[in-house]
Structures are given as structure tokens and as C-alpha cells.
Design a protein around this ligand. Sequence first.
Ligand code: NAD
Length: 428
Amino acid sequence: MAGTTNAFEMAQRQFDKVAEMLRLDPQVAEILRWPMREFHFRIPVRMDDGSIRVFQGYRVQHNDARGPNKGGIRFHPAETVDTVRALATWMTWKCAVADLPLGGGKGGVIVDPATLSTSEKERLVRGYIGVMWRNIGPRNDVPAPDVGTTPQMMGWMMDEYSKLVGQYTPGVITGKPVGGGGSLGRTEATGFGVIYTVREAMRHLGMDSSKATAAIQGFGNVAQYAAIGFTEQLGGKVVCVSYWDREDRTSYTVFKADGLDPRFLMTITDQYGSIDKAKAIAAGYKIEDGGEWIKKEADVLIPAALEGQVNADTVKLIHERVKIVAEGANGPTTPEADEVLKQRGVFVVPDFLCNAGGVTVSYFESVQNDMNYYWEKDEVLRRLDTKMTVAFHGVLEMSLREKVFMRDAAYMVAIDRVVKAMQLRGLV
Ligand code: NAD
């Protein structure tokens, strides 16, 4: 959702459209168009050389009618309050569509984390909690990692919060490392969640998943587990993945007509999702231009890298065999391309439904923290499958009943649930 468009204006426009479709009371709509609370603050940090640098931080709490606000903290040099507002708004809808008892929040700091030493990062994240601790907590706002922040940073944040409140409080933050209050299954959660929705979409369309093929953009956390799920759980073939080559500073598609082996490819992929081309070629893979993934003759396309990848130009390249686009990434399809997909009758699993597996297991993490009892990975994944399947069918039913496309249906389900919670609490 990047580019010249202001992300928050876009989030408001999407909301306005669905509010009209739902014939929402304009006074209720006025509440939901804006975050209910925002924090803008400065974080002074002692740098390794003894100097003090001051960082700009934000935390936006969009709506907590259904439960504590939930959403990551991004560290990015181009962070703006409007990006954080948009992301907080989308978190409200994502949690509602997955039927998690959570609201929407998001945080950000204007910083390039690559320019900080490990100890400077630690002081910065502890500083963030030092400012915000009175306004977050397991019962009111639960942050998590996002772009530029890591499980280790979440561990430091949880420690700082626990010290300030005087008791061990792991449920204040999710995305913590396993062994430090984190949940098993979080690594697989988003990619497997994508595949659970693809499986249900195929059933709905009467497709045989064991004969199906997929083309995937990206080979990071989401794409890797989507590829594993597609081959091992659905019995289908993934014909290509693509990635950004950090050495050549360009993207490539890694192709194998009779289906690639995602677990092998993972052994030759670095932590940033960049594949070792020489080793891929040696193993019989074909290396093609980065744009080739979208042209493949496949049944399912899974954009799982960046926003805006299915756009007015690239949508024309999509093969006529493609029946499903499952949006693993956030905002991979532009509104123009969305119209083309609708006209062509391609079934879209919209991002905030498709990739809700991550926040679902974050929710499971906080539940396990509350109980101080941790589930085996199988149990986490079984519960994830149930949640994603139920969420998918809730949206599909709305889409069929109201004769709207899946993206609009997902918004309708989400907004409906939030408004209902506000009504039940007597807030509107
Ligand atoms: P990641 O950083 O682990 O991987 C990103 C992948 O995209 C890498 O393989 C990288 O090489 C590739 N890539 C980057 N630029 C590319 C390009 N121009 N062409 C082709 N490939 C390119 O990221 P991730 O965690 O897998 O997230 C991917 C997307 O999914 C993002 O939009 C993210 O916001 C979204 N998402 C992630 C999660 C999660 O739990 N990780 C949850 C919800 C949504």
C-alpha cells in the first residue's frame, strides 16, 4: 500500500465504501473512520559514543470494542503517523475477520535499525516501553514485531514492562522468542494460514488440489511455509518462487516445471529470503527474470513479498489458467488490478483474511502466556486451521449472500462484527 497515495486516506476510502454498502449509521462511521487514541512521543537514547539521540515514536489505538488493541511496532526511516494510523485501522479489521477477541493497534519509530548497534537497539526498545508502559498491557494494548523489529526486541520490551509493573507479564507483547514466552508454530503460522484458505477456496471452486499448481512471489517467512503447505498438505506442485537477490540488486524467479522442493530451497536461502542461485542451478532449477512468476501457467498465484505487485501492468500478464489469487503479502493488488481480476472471475482471497494466521498465533501466544501453559506445535496448528477455515467460510457466506466480491465481503464481516461489539457494549 505504499507509493504516492497516503495509506490512511486509502484505509478511510475503503472503509467509507463498505460503510455505504452496509448502510452504516453515519455517526457510527464517524467513530470508525479515525483511531480512538494516538500517542506521539520522543525517545531519548544514550548512544554507544556517549551522545544522546532523540527518536520520534508513535502508538495508535484504532478500536478496542472487541478486546485489547493488537498490532506490531515498525522501525522504519520513512515511518509516518499516517502509515501507523492506516496499519492500526487494518489490524482492527484483520482481528475482526479472524474473529479474534482483539482490537487494532500499531506502533512505529522513525529509525533505520541497521544503523544502530545491538545495545543501542536494546536501549531504544526499552525507551519505547519506558514512555508507553502505562498505556499498553495484556488487557488494553498488546504490541508485536513488524518491519524492522525482531523477536529478541520483543523479549527486551517484555522484560522492561515486567520490571516497571513489578511482575512477570509475558502477555504484554507477542512474537517473543520460543523459550522466552513465545509460541511454537508462529514461524509457520502465516504461510500455513494462507494454505488453509487456499484449500477451502479450491474446495469451493471444485478443484482437485493434488492436481493443482501454484506460482509464488517471494521466498521469505510467508512464502516458504506457503510453499511447504501447498506441496505437503495439499499435494500440489509449486512451479516457481521468486526473490530479491541482494548481491545482484535485482529479483529472480526460480522455476521447475515438475514442481520445486521447498525444503531443499530453504537450505540454500539466507535469513532475508535470498536464494543461492548457483546452488539452485546446480540442483536443476531454472533462473529467470523476477517478473516471470506472474506469467506462469498455474492454478493459484500467491504474491507473498511486497505491496502493489499485481497492478495495472502486471495483471495483463496473468495466465488464463489462474483461478485463485491468495494474497499472502499485505496490499499486493492495486485497485485497478482488482477490477480486472473481478471481470476475469478470478477468486481472490483478500490479504487481511489470507494472512491472518500470524496474528491468530500471536493471539494464541497471549492465551498461553495468560495460562502459563504452552501447547505443542501440533495443537497450535490444529487450532490455527480451525480459526482460518471458519474465518474463510464466514467471508465466503457473506460474499454469496450479498453478491459481493471476497474483499468487500471480508470488510463487511469485519465492520459488522466491530459495530455489533460497540452496540452490545452500549457504546453506540
Ligand atoms: P520476508 O522479509 O521474510 O520475505 C520477503 C521475501 O520477498 C524475500 O524472499 C525477498 O527476497 C522477497 N522479495 C523482496 N523484494 C522482491 C521483489 N521485488 N521480487 C520478488 N521477491 C522479492 O517477509 P515475510 O515475513 O515473508 O512477509 C512477506 C509479506 O507478507 C509482507 O507483505 C508482509 O507484510 C506480509 N505479512 C507477513 C506476516 C508474517 O507473519 N511474516 C504476516 C502478515 C503479513
